[in-house]
Design a protein around this ligand. Structure first.
Ligand code: PNS
Length: 164
């Protein structure tokens, strides 16, 4: 029996995309036919991004160049409106540690209020990436540390351009 194609969105700041994000997006394809990586122009936890939305989208497109079922889009405004616009009823988020939990639960509950048909699904990271975050990658890179095992080569080049 044919079932309709299932689209999931994987939203975030991706400032920049890490190997942990890549892993979650690809594993999302076990749950959906297509994963739309949704780069937020405005994040809930207000912060000044290191990379512009255009740069973040560009890095993601390069990273997922060979993954034809992973698409990359940016969005401005509510996540639920973006989800509706691409026909997605599934939101993927990575959950690393208990410290992530409260923020993630709040967002999932709010999104459910705004769009009851939208389900948030949490994926646990590969143990290798359990400690990894884009903010730590930015900090280590800015201070001259080696982040080559945490990001793809294309992202590493951009970080080196930015931090020297
Ligand atoms: O990678 P991040 O910064 O943790 O991602 C947070 C993100 C982008 C998923 C969240 O800030 C978001 O959904 N922003 C879009 C605006 C919105 O819908 N806000 C209400 C969320 S409950």
């Amino acid at each position: 029996m044919n079932r309709p194609e299932r689209t999931a969105i994987y939203p975030g700041s991706f400032d920049p995309v890490t190997l942990g994000h890549e892993d979650i997006a690809r594993r999302g394809l076990h749950l959906a036919d297509r994963v739309v990586v949704a780069v937020a122009a405005r994040a809930t936890q207000v912060k000044r991004p290191l990379f512009s939305v255009e740069e973040r989208v560009d890095m993601l497109e390069r990273v997922f160049r060979d993954d034809e079922d992973v698409l990359v889009r940016s969005f401005d405004g509510l996540l639920v409106d973006f989800a509706r616009s691409v026909g997605a009823r599934l939101v993927l988020r990575g959950l690393r540690a208990v410290t992530d939990f409260e923020y993630e639960l709040q967002m999932a509950q709010m999104n459910r209020e705004l769009y009851p048909q939208l389900e948030t699904v949490f994926l646990t990271p590969h143990p290798e990436y359990a400690f990894l975050s884009a903010s730590l990658v930015r900090e280590v890179s800015a201070l001259g540390g080696d982040v080559s095992t945490f990001v793809s080569p294309t992202v590493l080049d951009r970080l080196r351009d930015r931090h020297g």
